[in-house]
Design a protein around this ligand. Sequence first.
Ligand code: F6P
Length: 332
Amino acid sequence: MKAAVTLERFAAREYRRDPSSGAEIPELILQMAFAAKLLAREIRRAALVGRLGLVGERNPTGDAQKKLDVFANEVVVDAFADSGLVAAIASEEMEQLRTINCSPDASHLLCVDPIDGSSNTDVNGAVGTIFSFYRRAATGSCAVEDELRTGAELRAAGYVLYGPSTLLVYTSGGDVSGFTLDHDIGDFFLSHERVRCPARGPYYSANLGRYNEWAANVRRYADYLIEPDPTSGRPYSLRYTGALVADLHRSLLEGGIYLYPADAAHPNGKLRLLYECAPLAFVAERAGGRATTGRGRVLDLRPESLHQAVPFAVGSREEVDRFEKFAALRGP
Ligand code: F6P
């Protein structure tokens, strides 16, 4: 093991280096790390404690709700309930904004997808948590409008990937760093310093089962990716796990693109702007990558509602540029 730098030490050091990120950010990240530890434990033993399977309802975004979705949402809400730092939480699992602490001291807003890729829970596949923090609007209100901000205004964002190991990746506007959980010690340790996303491929992640429902220019882009061309390294390899966090993580480390365009079942895209796309776009950009809806930068979009979905492509800069060029082409 390398010289051990705990997440706690790292976050405090980062704040001392750049106090403009805000004194609360280290505390918020540590609180999220605490929730992630609880979730990692619960995900590992879910099959043994009856936490697999469906609740029998759909969440506010229309997805079938899993027991782990509901549990994870409670864990995250509880983790921040007494922190005194968070005024309100927007979550994939809650129809409305949940007010936590309306006093002026609660300085931040949390947006979260507690379990990303929850179709993987029952098959022991990788899942994630996506989180982001906005500084609360100066009004001191707890109104939903306060949450509807552009991703460019984010103070910090990241994700947790529960795979063979539990990895927390975050940025508070500077470098992107990754921390692996040592389950025995119970701490996250710095394992991925200054994550930089390669400018190009060789992977792509998309639900190709929807190919025939995509717009013609998106289909052409997918055809381009698998067209043999040794000079540009094509065909690219398909990697699609069913968990956005896991697929994006691969592209961030090794280069590539994740895309979820509009299709017949999701005419505005499937992924949610506020708590899925914007936080991951923030991380990707800070790592040197890009994120687009196909029509423009994800971080410039102001959500019109808590659960608004958008078409989404994220990953290596040149790959996302190319996708955007295809998406802009007109034609049948
Ligand atoms: O809802 C988010 C999500 O589960 C992502 O993590 C994943 O990439 C995608 O949806 C999977 O959707 P589908 O099953 O339609 O491919």
